[in-house]
Design a protein around this ligand. Structure first.
Ligand code: NAD
Length: 403
């Protein structure tokens, strides 16, 4: 039987996902892209030139001009009402807007999948379903399965790398349709053999595994004392790290481990194992590419996977560079990551001086106020995803909300 898949998004990930999923037998794929004129541009480009997902190994996925296997539209209601599964494939700051537009129309037999969902997607999606009096299912996949970039809009996307394994968390509340193992199997079929989807049962640990303690500490260490003068070139992001960067990277991560240890003692039945140090985490992720594994700093400096990766910068009129503080390293990883860790720490009663220091700096760059007098005070659902913005104030409420 055919399966109606409605994908929301229009960026790099949405391009790969649309190509892969529409190639699956019986998958009837519609992409809903409401941003500017993207739906129109994508439709035109695909009709004239076909659609290609490029892997660079000769095994590209090619759809011929004039014979696209999926459609791209701006129409929300109709495509949500008929969906067997709705997948959001976009940066986290767009989730609130899209979930608000999806929840009134989504059938209770249709799960909502965040691909990626990133921390907090479960309770945000459940919040919108409940606002509409619905009891649906939600699946949140930790990250995008691929490193990918659009080469030609609506026409060609490059897959630079595919992850081996990624975690997801899910809340299974449907009585029929794709739910539980059936939903996992469907999403795995759409993605192909890799990455392998692995379920993480503990919602709090799932939040830690995303590790928002990488990008913000590196940004903070590099730019906290910046004199405001433009630079001649963009500095290396990972390989340009120094002892100061290590101090904050390790410091923030160790605070997260401290919270996990505390929670393990408080909730012996929940599994908090495997939240490793930053050094072990990098070694686990890049066993071949890191040449000198002796210290965290050497892991950063000698990882070939990081060759050429620079700080996010904006070009000035005279061709120089200034840091882009509105890039996802702060804009996503603080309000959709570090702040959630911070609230978990507050709820557990664990102090996090280093994470606080990073947040206090980041909030000035993001024109927001998250921390005031040492306490979280941010409840704006449109610009972040802190549990308390969804009425969750204790650890018990957090765990129970997502059951
Ligand atoms: P992207 O940067 O390509 O998303 C851009 C798209 O988002 C636009 O094309 C548009 O469709 C939509 N958009 C942007 N601003 C909008 C607005 N104001 N209103 C409505 N729509 C708007 O995203 P991506 O690269 O596909 O990444 C998706 C998520 O996956 C992000 O959270 C990203 O951090 C994460 N991620 C990406 C990669 C990668 O290699 N691309 C790797 C790992 C994780």
């Amino acid at each position: 039987k055919s399966c109606n898949i409605t994908i929301f998004g229009g960026g790099n990930g949405a391009h790969v996902l649309s190509g892969l999923s529409s190639d699956v037998v019986n998958a009837n794929v519609t992409v809903v892209d409401t941003f500017q004129d993207e739906a129109e541009r994508w439709t035109k480009a695909m009709a004239a030139n076909g659609f290609t997902v490029k892997y660079g190994n000769g095994k590209d996925l090619v759809q011929a001009p004039g014979k696209p296997k999926f459609t791209v539209t701006k129409e929300v209601q109709k495509n949500v009402e008929k969906a067997d599964v709705v997948i959001l494939c976009m940066p986290a700051f767009l989730h609130e807007m899209v979930l608000t537009s999806v929840a009134p129309y989504v059938p209770e037999t249709c799960p909502i999948v965040g691909l990626p969902g990133q921390p907090g997607f479960e309770y945000q999606a459940l919040f919108h379903l409940r606002q509409n009096g619905k009891k649906g299912s939600v699946m949140s996949i930790e990250t995008l399965p691929w490193a990918c970039r659009i080469a030609k809009y609506g026409q060609e996307v490059d897959v630079i790398g595919t992850k081996e394994c990624i975690y997801f968390s899910s809340v299974d509340q449907q009585s029929s349709g794709y739910v539980g193992a059936g939903l996992v199997q469907l999403i795995q079929t759409l993605l192909g053999a890799k990455p392998v989807l692995k379920r993480e049962e503990n919602i709090i640990k799932y939040t830690f595994l995303y590790r928002p303690t990488v990008h913000p500490p590196l940004m903070y260490a590099k730019w906290k004392n910046w004199d405001g003068k433009p630079l001649d070139a963009a500095p290396l992001f990972y390989q340009g790290a120094d002892e100061e960067a290590v101090k904050y990277l390790d410091g923030a991560t160790n605070e997260m481990i401290k919270i996990a240890d505390f929670l393990q003692t408080k909730y012996p039945d929940m599994d908090f194992s495997g939240i490793s140090s930053m050094q072990d985490c990098f070694i686990g992720e890049y066993p071949e590419q890191i040449k000198d594994k002796s210290t965290l700093l050497s892991c950063l400096k000698t990882n070939q996977a990081y060759d050429g990766l620079v700080h996010p910068m904006k070009k000035t009129d005279d061709g120089k560079f200034v840091p882009d503080f509105k890039y996802r390293y702060l804009m996503e990883d603080v309000p959709y990551g570090l702040l959630i860790i911070k609230q978990i720490a507050e709820m557990a009663g664990v102090a996090t001086p280093i994470i606080d220091e990073i947040i206090l700096w980041a909030q000035t760059k993001l024109d927001a106020e998250y921390l005031k007098d040492g306490k979280l005070c941010f409840v704006d659902r449109k610009h972040g995803r802190i549990p308390m913005a969804f009425g969750i104030k204790t650890l018990e409420e957090f765990v129970n909300y997502c059951k």
